[in-house]
Design a binder for this molecule. Sequence first.
Ligand code: ADP
Ligand code: MG
Length: 344
Amino acid sequence: MSTTPKILCIGNPLLDISTHVEMTIFEKYGLQLNNAILADEKHLPLYKEIIETGTVEYIPGGAAQNSARVCQWMLNTPHTVCYTGCVGKDANGKILADATAANGVLVRYQEDPVEPTGACAVLINKKERSLCTSLGAANKFNISHLQTDVMQSIIKGADFFYMVGYFLTVSPDSAMYLAKHAAEQNKAFIYGLAAPFLIQVPFFFERVSALLPYCDIVFSNESEAEVLGTKMGWGTDLKVIAEKLAQWEKVNSKRSRIVVFTQGADSTIVYDQGKISTYQPIKLDSDKIVDLNAAGDSFSGGFLAAYSLGKSIEKCCEAGHYAAMEIIQQNGCSFPSKRSFDLE
Ligand SMILES: Nc1ncnc2c1ncn2[C@@H]1O[C@H](COP(=O)(O)OP(=O)(O)O)[C@@H](O)[C@H]1O
Ligand SMILES: [Mg+2]
């Protein structure tokens, strides 16, 4: 067992309520495939409706928690990865903690005494998914948790920090705190853009823009990358966007920024050290794909595992593609107990 976790992941711990639905439900609630939103008033009946009318599966979720579990699974040595976020004092919080700990992740949740553990409706239609999140207790994460002795010792001991954009709606000061710590100590701060709304909504984009100068690696899928390109006035050519983002404002000049854009079954675009490279994911017959939920999260988890071992970017992408290949053959972010990938 690793004594101090090498990697700290932070995010919104959510219980995924996963179900296959017809397109009518997307229309009814104004949801889109391949998108992720936060629930507002009009989405509240959705949770009850899917639970009462369909077959639902409860699966541990939350983007950064998925990546943490996958990264830990790839690395194998228990407690190499620590995950934190806020849950409620309820049965769902316990389900999440147990499932994540069972993967070997050191779980260090903050607990909110009032709000319920967050939930994410995962609506699947022909393998594509739409996410609608009710944050609940996850929204109560507070920087005071990072100031506890337990978390301070984990932060000081970690060399890699991983976070995705969703957390910026919750506790931007916690995000900035970790990002600044990483820059000051020349540690790696790794970030995923997560969803278009974080770039499109000016209130959130202000937070994203404040954080980006601290990001050493940025992950994104093709649609988020395009939205960012448009927002920044960089156009829609993904290779150009990758280069511009890599060269954009940076606080820690000791590390040059690496930008990684996945594109589903198409090749992953990487900008690193002044050049663009592309890497092909593992081809899968479509009948082998169960659902594409958490594909991007698993890619990041696999990439992060190899990166934390100092592997080449090519190897990191291979590890990411391998992890994604395993996860999309199962429901939600689940994986076989044994991995067949050599990180060496
Ligand atoms: N249809 C697919 N066939 C094979 N691999 C896929 C497919 N969709 C996703 N993947 C794998 O998952 C990774 C991330 O998928 P992507 O769709 O880009 O992320 P996101 O889930 O963030 O949209 C890809 O780089 C690839 O390795
Ligand atoms: Mg995708």
